[in-house]
Design a protein around this ligand. Structure first.
Ligand code: ATP
Ligand code: MG
Length: 399
C-alpha cells in the first residue's frame, strides 16, 4: 500500500493515530487540571513505565489538557547535566510571562515572582557565569543558598502570581529518573508547600521504573507527594483498536489472524504495535491485511527493531555491561536475582554489583522493591536470546 498514506507513527513521543487504553488517565487529569485552576491543586502524578509504553505521548496530552483548563504547562526533559536549578527557575519565569499580558508584569504578585526567579538564578548560577537579568533580585527571598528553602520561596511566589491571575502552572517533566537528587528534593519541597497553601502549582512527570530506586529520602518524599501511575502494554482489546482503527479509516481491514500474529509479536507494547502497523502497511497490497502479509513484513520489521530500537541501546554499553544483560536473558524470563546473574557470570556479587549499578544508571535495568532486577526495555531479553551479533565496539570505562 502507498507508504505516503501510512497512518502509523512509530517514534519517540510521536502521537499515535489512535491513542487507546489511556482514557481513564486522560479524563482524570482533565479534572485535576480544572481543579488546579480553581485553586484546588491535586496530587502531582508520575507516569512510570518501560521504554516505549507511551509515557511521553501521555505527558503531552496532559499538557494540552492543562492549557485547555487555563493553566500554563511548561515541558522539561530531565538530564543529569542540564536540569540545573537555573534551568528550572527560567522555566518558571517563562510560565510567569505567559500568565498575563505584558502590562501586568510589573505589578502585584507577578512582579514579585519575577524578582524571586532572579534571586534564585543569582544564588545558583554556576561560578563565573553572568546572567542577563531582566529584573532586580528580591533580597531575602530565594537567596538563602539552600536549594530546598529557595525553591519553596520560588514555587510559592509563582503560585501566588498564578492565583492572582486565575490561572495555574503545571511543570511537565519527562525522563524524571534523570533528575539530579538535589533538584528532585527541592522540587518536592516546593510542590509540597504549594499544596499546603492551596496554590495552583503542580507537576506531572514521566519516567522509567528506575525512579523507584531513587536514594533514601528522595524516595520517601516522592512516595508521599506523588501519585505513581504505572502504564504498560495494552490489553487485547486496546491493542487491537490501536492497530485496526487507523487502517479502517483508510478503508483497509486486518483479518483476525493477522491481528493475533501482531499482538503476539508485539505483546501489546505501543511502540512495537506502531512499528508492526507501519511495516505491514508498507508490505501488504490491501485492502485486506492477512497473516501472510504479517509474515512477509517480519524480516523488515525485525531488522528495524534490532537495529534502531535495541541495537542503538546496546551500542551505548561496554562489553562487560552487555555480558551482564546477556547473562540475565539466558536465565529465562525475569525478574532476576543479582546473585544468580553474578554466578552465571562466574563473578562474586561484589564484583558484579558495579556493572549492575552502571546499567541502572543508563536506564537499561531497574530494581524492584525486593531487590530483583528486570529489563527497562520491553522484549529486550528476547532480542538478546535471538543470538544477535553483539556490537563489537566496546566502551570500557576509563580508569
Ligand atoms: N496508547 C497508545 N496507543 C497506541 N500507540 C501508542 C500509545 N501510546 C504510545 N503509542 C506509540 O508508541 C510509541 C512510543 O511512545 P512514547 O515515546 O510516548 O513512549 P515512552 O514511554 O515515552 O518511551 P521512552 O521510555 O522510550 O521515552 C510512539 O510511536 C507512540 O505513537
Ligand atoms: Mg518518552
Amino acid at each position: 500500500m502507498n507508504p505516503a498514506e501510512n497512518p502509523y507513527n512509530p517514534g519517540a513521543g510521536t502521537p499515535p493515530p489512535e491513542l487507546t487504553g489511556r482514557d481513564g488517565l486522560i479524563e482524570g487529569f482533565g479534572s485535576t487540571a480544572k481543579r488546579l485552576v480553581r485553586g484546588m491543586p491535586g496530587q502531582s502524578t508520575v507516569l512510570v513505565g518501560l521504554r516505549g509504553v507511551g509515557k511521553t505521548v501521555l505527558l503531552n496530552v496532559f499538557e494540552t489538557q492543562a492549557a485547555a483548563a487555563g493553566a500554563i504547562a511548561e515541558h522539561l526533559e530531565a538530564d543529569q547535566d542540564t536540569l540545573t536549578p537555573d534551568v528550572l527557575a527560567r522555566r518558571m519565569r517563562s510560565a510567569l510571562y505567559k500568565l498575563a499580558p505584558q502590562d501586568s508584569w510589573g505589578r502585584g504578585a507577578l512582579a514579585i515572582a519575577l524578582r524571586v526567579v532572579a534571586s534564585v538564578r543569582v544564588t545558583f548560577a554556576p561560578r563565573g557565569v553572568t546572567l542577563g537579568l531582566d529584573v532586580e533580585p528580591l533580597s531575602g527571598t530565594g537567596d538563602s543558598g539552600d536549594l530546598r528553602e529557595d525553591f519553596v520561596d520560588l514555587f510559592v511566589a509563582v503560585g501566588e502570581a498564578a492565583r492572582e491571575h486565575g490561572r495555574g502552572v503545571v511543570l511537565a517533566i519527562d525522563e524524571l529518573q534523570n533528575l539530579p537528587d538535589d533538584v528532585f528534593r527541592a522540587l518536592i519541597m516546593g510542590l509540597h508547600r504549594c499544596s499546603q497553601l492551596k496554590l495552583p502549582v503542580m507537576a506531572v512527570g514521566a519516567g522509567l521504573p528506575t525512579i523507584k530506586g531513587k536514594a533514601g529520602d528522595v524516595k520517601t518524599y516522592a512516595e508521599r507527594l506523588f501519585q505513581f501511575v504505572e502504564i504498560g502494554s495494552l490489553d487485547t482489546s486496546d491493542a487491537t483498536r490501536a492497530l485496526v482503527v487507523p487502517a479502517e479509516q483508510s478503508g483497509i481491514r486486518f483479518d483476525g489472524m493477522a491481528v493475533d500474529e501482531i499482538l503476539a509479536r508485539s505483546q501489546g507494547y505501543p511502540y512495537f504495535l506502531q512499528e508492526w502497523g507501519f511495516g505491514v502497511w508498507n508490505t501488504a497490497a490491501g485492502p485486506i491485511i492477512s497473516r501472510e502479509d504479517v509474515m512477509r513484513a517480519d524480516r523488515n520489521v525485525q531488522t528495524k527493531l534490532d537495529e534502531s530500537f535495541f541495537g542503538v541501546r546496546m551500542g551505548r554499553l561496554t562489553a562487560q555491561e552487555r555480558q551482564y544483560l546477556r547473562a540475565m536473558a539466558d536465565l529465562g524470563p525475569g525478574p532476576y536475582r543479582s546473585s544468580d546473574v553474578a554466578s552465571a557470570l562466574g563473578m562474586t556479587l561484589q564484583r558484579a554489583a558495579p556493572i549492575r549499578g552502571r546499567l541502572m544508571g543508563k536506564g537499561m535495568i531497574w530494581s524492584s522493591d525486593y531487590g530483583e532486577t528486570a529489563f527497562s526495555v520491553p522484549l529486550f531479553a528476547e532480542y538478546l536470546r535471538r543470538d544477535v551479533v553483539v556490537p563489537t565496539r566496546s566502551i570500557e570505562p576509563r580508569r
